[in-house]
Design a protein around this ligand. Sequence first.
Ligand code: SF4
Ligand code: SF4
Length: 471
Amino acid sequence: MVQHSTEQNSFRDTIATAEKSGRRIWIFPAKPKGRLYSARTVVAVFLLAFLFGAPFVRVNGEPLVLLNVLDRKFIIFGLVFWPQDFYLFGLALITFLVFVVLFTAVFGRLFCGWICPQTVFLEMVFRRIEYWIEGGPARQRKLAAQAWNTEKVFKRSVKAVLFFGISFLIGNTFLAYIIGTDQLFRIVTASPTEHLAGFVAVLSFSFLFYFVFAWFREQACTLVCPYGRLQGVLIDANSIVVAYDRTRGEPRAPMERGSRAAELGDCVDCLACVHVCPTGIDIRNGTQLECVNCTACIDACNRTMRKVGLPEGLIRYSSEAAITHGRRFRITGRVALYTVVFVLLSSLLTYLLVTRSSVETTVLRTPGSMYTETEDGRIRNLYTVKIINKSFERVPVELRAAAPRSATVQMVGTGLVVEPDGMVESAFFVDIPRDQIFSQSTLVTIEVYSAGEVVETVRTSFMGPGRRAEP
Ligand code: SF4
Ligand code: SF4
């Protein structure tokens, strides 16, 4: 990390958006422009299309993504997960966490700048609207300082209406991920009194997003986001971050009449990187907690470098080790370990997903029932069966006894057909000839067949009279 004296490091004692007294310092960043900002805009368009579209896109009649925590039903890219798949969810979560740790150790906060919905919405949607209504940072500052005259009331009202409208859209989309679009449509189109809870949820989410994007802004990344807080332990000197090349830039000094003394560094102290930063920091101080790697300072500095005729890349994606020691990227022991753990976990997860049965069967001996004896000398037990269909197709199923060999299954009622993404409950008997029963509890294996293939095997116990005493 960058070595600074205690005095130079004093900026680390406070965050850039708060005075020593704790009072908020409002940031008025300059509008970014440049190659990276254009690339981020393209990425943002795709991400926004996905975020708003995913709950509405249907695959086999089901949403592409559904995270219904209320009914504990999750659909991710066409794969349905029920509460019975919780172990898969747990494993997927752990795998994802290891991936995040690995990705951050190598690429720092790349995710925050390019993918995180907070940055995408704030910088690509809300901030652009703000520039459009209030103008650049100087005019925004002036508007904020002036009294509430007609201009200020008008501009602030238009901004508030637009911000709330978009927050309302985000709030509805967020809810669509949880309850599905059909249920959301019912809530939106019915009278609020018919769906009071849903109506309150829509409004609560809308106000929450309005609060975050209109007022809380970069504080969410600095103060609340757990991922941001973890950066200190996840990033090391080899991580690639947005970094200022101080070996090239220092000693900094303004350009004088287009010339540059040989002993000076390339930083012309134009402060363009500081003015454009949405978190209010000076990247020249080194890697900081507030930096979300948005790359705005890279674009700003490259513009300055082009203007003064110096090479671009004074601020760039690089690692502290590369800047200080000129060391190229290398795989450290930590990264190698994370990679091995990630590969193992993702392989296990893939195996479990691929071999996962499309049906989930639960068989229980009917509570309180005893065994009975049929007229032809067989012992009979009654069971209940619950079958969940995790696929998007109708699944006709049949139960057969696989062990003991003499056991037979007899369904109560007609055959079983489980609707797509549905569940069916039924009952069946298992019969075993009296002379094949050797204990009071016999292990029975039931095979679940669909389209002539065994899709699942379940085991249960069979109660009987036990072995007859020899005469
Ligand atoms: S320092 Fe640069 S990359 Fe980091 S938040 Fe500020 S502008 Fe974005
Ligand atoms: S934009 Fe570049 S040249 Fe200007 S102050 Fe920042 S680092 Fe120095």
